[in-house]
Design a protein around this ligand. Structure first.
Ligand SMILES: C[S@@+](CC[C@H](N)C(=O)[O-])C[C@H]1O[C@@H](n2cnc3c(N)ncnc32)[C@H](O)[C@@H]1O
Length: 282
């Protein structure tokens, strides 16, 4: 069966990176995660905690469903899918090095247009993400993005990079919503990658502050129950999470392997190596 075309696999020939910096991103773990998986028989892929889309970008799937609760983030994928050149041209108009007052002006305009599904809002999102402090996404109680300026020399994606991502996005459905909204869409043999915000690792940990809705332990339990329902539908499920006793307990009947990644766990400290888990049911 040497010539048989596999429908889903790890794309080892091309390392397609995310176009944003994203807290908790799996870019550096993705090869390790794929190595633990047998994707035979998989046709469709779901990534409902999309973030920087590391898993999707490094895979080859016949069709994918990509979603996230952050509608401003989701809009970037929609715009890149439709118009990668428009996104590139918009980002090229910023003068480098970026002055702090330009960043704060764009942040204000971004907040005025919160939720707009437009090309301009996608350009502002990527600009802010690339020039902000550590690329985190944090909002205040009223939902306004409030991350300070941090990087005067941002590295924006090349046109070629955005075009590659756009091409890959053609075989996808992209939407914003809660992760469990995919439940009505999934079928047996679909591959689902769940990468929820992690539980706090320290009192000052901030990389779980993506949206207004905090992701507490009760939410982790709900994700585990959701994963179980997907398993009951005979889906292939992979979950990433922090290596904490409560997470191991939630998935005690699943196959668990360890890996490690560098993460920021506080605003003040540098990145440190932390243990994480790859949890799966196949
Ligand atoms: C750990 S990040 C995913 C990182 C991604 N795997 C990557 O490699 O970049 C978690 C994501 O979940 C999203 N999120 C938080 N709560 C959510 C919810 N209830 N439903 C769907 N997405 C949610 C956040 O906006 C964030 O993008």
């Amino acid at each position: 069966m040497k010539d048989q075309v596999r429908i889903a696999e790890f794309n080892k020939d091309e390392k397609l990176k995310p176009f944003i910096r994203w807290a908790g991103g799996k870019q550096n773990l993705i090869k390790e995660i794929y190595e633990t998986l047998d994707l035979n028989g998989v046709q469709r892929f779901f990534e409902p905690f999309l973030g920087g889309a590391s898993f999707f970008l490094q895979g080859k799937f016949k069709y994918s469903y990509l979603s996230d609760l952050n509608s401003n983030l989701v809009n970037c994928y929609k715009q890149i899918k439709q118009n990668p050149k428009g996104v590139f041209d918009g980002l090229s108009r910023y003068r480098i090095p970026v002055a702090p007052d330009v960043y704060y002006y764009e942040r204000e305009v971004y907040n005025e247009h919160n939720g707009d599904q437009t090309l301009d809002q996608a350009i502002r999102f990527i600009f802010l993400n690339r020039t902000s402090f550590n690329g985190i996404y944090r909002v205040n109680k009223s939902g306004a993005y409030n991350v300070p300026f941090g990087k005067p020399n941002p590295a924006f994606s090349s046109l070629e990079h955005l075009e590659k991502i756009s091409l890959k996005l053609q075989q996808t459905t992209i939407f914003s919503g809660f992760y469990d909204e995919i439940e009505q869409l999934v079928q047996a043999n679909d591959l689902i990658y769940l990468d929820p915000p992690y539980p706090k690792l320290s009192d000052t940990a901030y990389f779980s502050h993506y949206t207004l809705d905090k992701f507490d332990n009760r939410e982790q339990e709900k994700v585990a129950m959701f994963a179980k329902r997907l398993q009951d539908k005979e889906c292939k499920v992979v979950v990433s999470n922090a290596d904490l006793p409560e997470i191991r307990e939630l998935y005690s009947c699943w196959q668990i392997s360890e890996c490690s990644a560098f993460r920021y766990i506080s605003c003040k400290k540098n990145r440190i190596r932390v243990k994480e888990l790859i949890i799966k049911n196949f």
